[in-house]
Design a protein around this ligand. Structure first.
Ligand code: NAP
Ligand code: HSE
Length: 431
């Protein structure tokens, strides 16, 4: 083994932190041959040393004091795996300003403060890498910044939340209702104790903000991303979608269009023949389109101890190579454009609508007249067999229409006496 060593510190020793420690240990024998030196974790910041000691024999590595890390000149890499905004942001800024390179998996932080963190890294000529922040173990940030840099990317979209994909898979394959599938996800450890960020599409929304910024070279923040979750999807919606040759997936979509960037997360019907329709359980997949590469898809584990650690360790090794070559900070912020982000009302989509209407002559004509008034063109209209209390269930699929116009039409339709209930409105994925 060579004597060359790079010292690093871990902030947080939870799921991903312990994973990173394990992956580095597993790489110990090959590391010097691979990246030219050994990476040694010199300190691990935790809140409770007694609790952390149950996970690691060598308790001497643990500290509860940030000053033990920031003031240690030997530590060249800080690996932030605590999550949340504060104190993660302050610690990362301190580290960058002290000339230390930083790796993080913290999407919450980057989706809001990425610009400031990247600018600070640039000013201090250090690396700030975050491959694990989007789609866990799947390489996507580095491919977009490096391998695909010769493209003008026009679309990045995909399944970027494992918990919701697991739930929708169970609803689709086993006919479960949302609540039962969520309970199963919790029981199996996929869903977090508070699953709100996953279920409501917020976790995916943060990832869309990061993906769009990197893909389109223009800053998109979490607040720019429209988010809608999966709690209202029923097994009936999924069954009807299937009858129409589609699956329902929670998609994160970012598009660079002529009049601005579209960035949103919502459940969508997607043709069963689309490669994303067969991405099931807790798997993630990201689909990109560029003017040179055309279509490319990245598939794998979007979360979990070792898959996420795999991405973090990839970043650590990159930094180690840069340290030895004297070129840290080589690839920093790539947002050199200022493209406006469109409001959701100004995007164009097709819609699946499931509604209960009075079962009498002329009701469908009333509805289509309202659609026509707002330039909503109907692609398919199907009356289902179900007839309950004088009502019929109708499913409508529209052509592509401006969302604002569609919403106005639906407000008017909702107010018609003949329309008893608008049960579901789900967007249909299409280019
Ligand atoms: P986790 O299991 O909750 O671990 C976080 C650890 O950080 C905990 O051990 C916690 O200590 C510690 N911590 C929190 N605040 C601290 C502070 N102020 N000082 C010292 N230690 C502190 O979380 P995780 O799942 O490993 O996630 C870590 C990061 O990776 C997050 O940003 C997350 O979004 C991201 N990420 C996670 C996954 C995944 O699959 N889990 C995938 C992609 C990205 P206590 O034990 O005392 O609370
Ligand atoms: N909670 C996320 C998911 C993993 O279910 O995909 C962390 O990004």
């Amino acid at each position: 083994m060579s004597d060359k060593v790079v010292y690093a510190a871990l902030l947080g020793f939870g799921t991903v932190g312990t994973g990173v420690y394990k992956v580095l240990k597993n790489q110990e024998k090959e590391m010097t041959a691979k990246v030219g030196c050994q990476v040694i974790i010199k300190k691990i910041l935790v809140r409770n040393i007694e609790k952390a000691s149950s996970k690691l024999e060598d308790a001497s590595l643990f500290t509860t004091q940030w000053t033990d890390i920031i003031n240690d000149p030997d530590i060249q890499i800080v690996i932030e795996l605590m999550g949340g905004i504060s104190p993660a942001k302050e610690y990362i800024l301190d580290a960058l300003k002290a000339g230390k390179n930083v790796v993080t998996a913290n999407k919450d932080l980057i989706a809001v403060h990425g610009h400031e963190l990247l600018e600070t890294a640039h000013a201090n000529k250090v690396d700030f890498l975050f491959e694990a922040a989007v789609a866990g173990g799947i390489p996507i940030i580095r491919p977009l910044k490096q391998c695909l840099a010769g493209n003008h990317m026009t679309e990045v979209m995909g399944i970027i939340n494992g918990t919701t994909n697991f739930i929708l898979t169970k609803m689709s394959q086993e006919g479960m209702e949302f609540k039962d599938a969520l309970d199963l996800a919790t029981e199996l450890g996929y869903a977090e104790a508070d699953p709100t960020a996953d279920i409501e599409g917020l976790d995916a929304g943060r990832k869309v903000a990061i993906l769009a910024s990197v893909a389109f070279n223009s800053r998109v923040v979490f607040d720019d991303v429209y988010t809608e979750g999966i709690a209202k999807i029923t097994s009936k919606d999924i069954r009807y979608a299937r009858e129409m040759g589609c699956d329902i997936k929670l998609l994160g979509v970012a598009r660079n269009t002529e009049d601005g960037i579209e960035a949103y997360v919502c459940p969508m019907l997607i043709p069963s023949s689309h490669p994303l329709a067969s991405v099931n359980d807790s798997y993630n997949a990201v689909f990109v389109h560029g003017d040179a590469v055309e279509d490319a898809m990245f598939f794998g584990r979007g979360a979990g101890e070792l898959p996420t650690a795999s991405a973090v360790v990839g970043d650590i090794f990159d930094i180690v190579r840069n340290i030895q070559a004297g070129c840290c900070g080589r690839i920093g912020c790539t947002c050199f454009k200022e493209i406006p982000v469109k409001k959701m009302e100004d995007t164009h989509n097709s819609y699946f609508i499931r509604l209960k209407v009075e079962d009498r002559c002329g009701v469908l004509a009333e509805m289509t007249a309202i659609f026509a008034k707002y330039q909503v063109s109907v692609a398919q209209i199907i009356q289902k067999d179900t007839k309950i209390e004088g009502c019929a269930e109708v499913v409508v699929i529209t052509e592509q229409v401006r969302e604002g116009d569609f919403r106005t039409a639906m407000d008017e339709i909702r107010n018609r006496e003949s329309v008893r209930k608008v049960s579901s409105i789900i967007r249909v994925y299409g280019k």
